[in-house]
Every structure is written in structure tokens, then in C-alpha cells.
Design a binder for this molecule. Structure first.
Ligand SMILES: *Cc1c(COP(=O)(O)O)cnc(C)c1O
Length: 460
């Protein structure tokens, strides 16, 4: 792509199309009522533009579909495994590659093998499945992102960076022998998809290794993080995304990966490690719950799709388009006066619902109210990341609100075009124009945990 052109186009043409359904306002009103105003309970078919998640929702390329046809479904020693292994080794340099059905399986296998009760695992910010799998072993998951990473309005090029002083203090306080690993999540998903700089990765690696602690990378969006390093960090402008990714992994001892993100696949993941003994123990557990070490719960064709996806995701034209399209949405919303988390991350734009709807208190779920309005206005499905997801009941029956009330617009990879995004911008602008009339909700039914998936609400 010639970077002197202002318009950054989708670096692909469309070969297969999937129809999306237009609905009337009356139809959407009925669908909302039936779903208890919970967008997770909508039928996906009734959604025009689905921005719920970027996980497993990407479009595969013609090459990926082609490779799937030559997938080797042998139980043991599948050619497709060796192809995946070779690509992962080329990118990460890690000695052992263990396929899993998705990222959380890699996490569970690693933590049940390497983490013991009472230990502490520091991370910039643990993704929720990572945290849950660590806590399941009765260890503590500790978030040590830099203070800028917790403030939605503050602009910083690498808001996903680890707070190095806090890391040193944690090691001193806890003791290196009680820290089985240090993790870095690239990009920092729970912190808004914010990148981590190479300097920070290198510094975390030095601190870890000086204390005899391995560094494990949660690599779900490693390619997007590599691109941010290329365009924002001095000394990397002329390096390829592959060379940057290789440098990132060279500082670490292993990684967990969800291929549903930067694997450009609809399912899959892997665990990669340098330590021979640890890898052997992980493989033993893999056989127990996932499958033989050359398929780990995946079909041969899944491994082909991931192997090919991992090559395509490091393509410069793809990454330029990917990061620019997220930024394009963010710029347009800012121009419309819609408050968002700044700067936008790689895979999503987050609207600050507390700032946009100050008339709705947290106890009436402003981010949920805004998410519902986007569906009502234009059939768009974002996801609430606020008090409906993270609010905690207090003893007096009231609720401890979430720190932030956000609505995440998550962009699936290679799925929507610029005109889809222009439509999203127009819908949000219309909702913004009538923001003062938007009212809150109350929960009428909820499950004892992870309530946001199934709760039913009523408008106030
Ligand atoms: C998605 C994700 C995971 C978990 O992967 P799954 O494939 O959903 O199990 C772990 N860490 C991060 C940062 C993620 O985004």
C-alpha cells in the first residue's frame, strides 16, 4: 500500500458474501423485550452489525479455506501439526508447541502445572479467563499496569506497559520463590487493547530473569502490538512486524495464545514453552483433557487455518488497515463529541457511557442503557463493560459499581468495510443527539455469577 495516499483501503476483495438482515424499529423493540434487554440473549441473526467481540469472528482468507481442504486428520503425527509448529517456532522461537482448542485451555494447562496455591502471578492486566484460571489454583492474579493505563482520558503511546517499580516491589514483598511466572498481555485487552512497548517488555524480562522467574506472554494480539511498536517506538519504523514479534518473544520463556484473535481463525490456540520438563508435564495434562499432543483438541484443518492465519496477520498492509480502521472509528466519534477511551486500542473503541449519560447513575447501568440504544437505533450490538458486568452486591442490598462504565465496539478482523463503519458512526451520532432522553435499567433476574451473560432487565 502506498502510504502517501490518504485513503487506507481494505487490503482484500470480497469472494464470498454473507447476507446481513435489516430489521424495522418495531422488530428490534420486540427482540429487545424478548431478550430482557440483554444483548447476549439476542439471536445473532437479528443483529445487523455485530461488534460484541473480535474473538473467533474474523473472516478467513481464500488461502486459509484452501489449506483447510488439505488438512491432515491423522490422529498422531499430523502433517498439519508440523506445519503449525514450524510457523509458531519461526515467530516465537520457542522450543515446544502445544496446540489447544482455545486460549483458556493453554492457560489452564500451564497454570495447573506451574502455579501452586498461595503463589502470586503479576501481569499488566489479567484477562478474565487468565485471572479465573489462576484463581482456580488458589493463587493470586495481580494487575500492575502503569497508572496511565487506568485513566480513560489520558493519552500515552503504551498504556499497556507494566509498572516496573510496582513489579520490583511485588517481588520484594512476595518473594521470588512465591512467583511462579510473570506475565505480559499483548495488547492489554482488559485495559482497552493498549500496547506494551519493546522497552517495557525488555525491562520486565530483565527483572524477571534477574530473579530467576520465567516471563510468559499472553500473545493473543501480538501482531497488533508489534504494529504499535513499529509506528510508535523509536528504532522500529524500518523493521518488519515479523522481526518485531520475534524480538518480543526472544525476551520471554513461553506464551499462551488464542488463535481466535491474531491467529485469524475461528477456533484454536496454543501453548509454547522453552522448558523441556514443564512442556512434558503440560503435554501429559493435555492428553488427559484436550487430546494427543499433535492435535490438542483441534481438527487437522483447524491447525492449517491457524498456521496460514499467523502468516497473514503479520502482513504490513493488513496491520496498517487493521489499526487504522479502529482509529478511523475513534476519530469520527470524537469529532461527533462522543467521549471515548483515548487513544483507541487495536481491536476496539470504548465509549465512556458515564461521561455521555451523566443523568443515569451506575445503579441503573448507563453503559447497558447505551448498548441497548445502539441496537434499538440501528441494529448494532456492542458489549457493556461496566456495572452490569462488574458490579458487586453489597451487604445492604445495594451494589458496588464498576470503576468505569464502558461500551465496547469490538471490530471483527476483515469482516466489515468502511461503509459499515460509517453507518455505525451515524447510528451513534443519532443516539448521541438524543442522549438526554435515555433512561436507565433495573435487573429483574440474575445468575449468582457472570450475571451479564444471562441477566434480564427492565427499562426504568
Ligand atoms: C481471548 C483472550 C484469552 C482467552 O482466549 P480464548 O480463546 O477466548 O479462550 C486470553 N487472554 C486474552 C488477552 C484474550 O483476549
Amino acid at each position: 500500500m502506498d502510504p502517501t495516499f490518504k485513503t487506507i483501503i481494505e487490503p482484500f476483495r470480497v469472494k464470498t458474501v454473507e447476507q446481513i438482515k435489516f430489521t424495522t424499529p418495531a422488530y428490534r423493540e420486540q427482540a429487545l423485550r424478548e431478550a430482557g434487554y440483554n444483548l447476549f440473549l439476542l439471536h445473532a441473526e437479528d443483529v445487523l452489525i455485530d461488534l460484541l467481540t473480535d474473538s473467533g469472528t474474523g473472516a478467513m482468507s481464500a488461502r486459509q479455506w484452501g489449506m483447510m481442504m488439505i488438512g491432515d486428520e491423522s490422529y498422531a503425527g499430523s502433517r498439519s501439526f508440523y506445519r503449525l509448529e514450524a510457523v509458531v517456532k519461526e515467530i516465537t522461537g520457542f522450543k515446544h508447541v502445544i496446540p489447544t482448542h482455545q486460549g483458556r485451555a493453554a492457560e489452564r494447562i500451564l497454570f495447573s502445572t506451574a502455579v501452586q496455591a498461595g503463589q502470586v502471578v503479576p501481569n499488566n492486566t489479567h484477562f478474565d479467563t487468565t485471572r479465573a484460571n489462576i484463581e482456580y489454583t488458589h493463587a493470586e492474579a495481580r494487575d500492575l499496569v502503569i497508572p496511565e493505563g487506568r485513566q480513560p482520558g489520558v493519552i500515552h503511546p503504551f498504556k499497556g506497559n507494566m509498572d516496573l517499580d510496582a513489579l520490583r516491589q511485588t517481588i520484594e514483598e512476595v518473594g521470588a520463590e512465591r512467583i511462579p511466572m510473570i506475565m505480559l498481555t499483548l495488547t492489554n485487552n482488559s485495559g482497552g487493547g493498549q500496547p506494551v512497548s519493546m522497552a517495557n517488555i525488555r525491562a520486565v524480562s530483565e527483572i524477571a530473569h534477574a530473579n530467576g522467574i520465567p516471563l510468559i506472554i499472553d500473545a493473543c494480539r501480538f501482531a497488533e502490538n508489534s504494529w504499535f511498536i513499529k509506528i510508535r517506538e523509536e528504532g522500529y519504523a524500518d523493521k518488519t512486524p515479523l522481526a518485531i514479534a520475534q524480538e518480543i518473544f526472544s525476551y520471554a520463556d513461553g506464551c499462551t495464545m488464542s488463535a481466535k484473535k491474531d491467529g485469524l481463525a475461528n477456533i484454536g490456540g496454543f501453548l509454547a514453552l522453552n522448558d523441556d520438563d514443564l512442556a512434558q508435564q503440560c503435554r501429559n495434562l493435555l492428553i488427559l483433557t484436550e487430546g494427543f499432543p499433535t492435535y490438542g483438541g483441534l481438527a487437522g484443518y483447524d491447525m492449517e487455518a491457524i498456521a496460514q492465519g499467523l502468516r497473514e496477520v503479520l502482513d504490513e498492509d493488513y496491520l496498517r488497515y487493521r489499526i487504522r480502521s479502529t482509529e478511523y472509528l475513534a476519530e469520527a466519534l470524537t469529532a461527533e463529541g462522543v467521549p471515548i477511551v483515548q487513544p483507541p486500542g487495536g481491536h476496539a473503541v470504548y465509549i465512556d457511557a458515564r461521561a455521555m449519560l451523566p443523568q443515569i447513575p451506575s445503579s441503573q447501568y448507563p453503559a447497558q442503557a447505551l448498548a441497548v440504544e445502539l441496537y434499538r437505533e440501528g441494529g448494532i450490538r456492542p458489549v457493556e463493560i461496566g456495572s452490569m458486568m462488574f458490579g458487586r452486591p453489597r451487604e445492604d442490598g445495594t451494589e458496588e459499581p464498576a470503576a468505569l462504565e464502558l461500551v465496547r465496539l469490538t471490530i471483527p478482523r476483515r469482516v466489515y468495510t468502511q461503509s459499515h463503519i460509517d453507518y455505525v458512526i451515524e447510528v451513534i451520532a443519532r443516539v448521541n443527539a438524543r442522549r438526554e432522553d435515555i433512561r436507565g435499567y433495573r435487573i429483574v433476574w440474575q445468575a449468582p455469577f457472570l450475571r451479564h451473560f444471562t441477566a434480564r432487565l427492565e427499562p426504568l
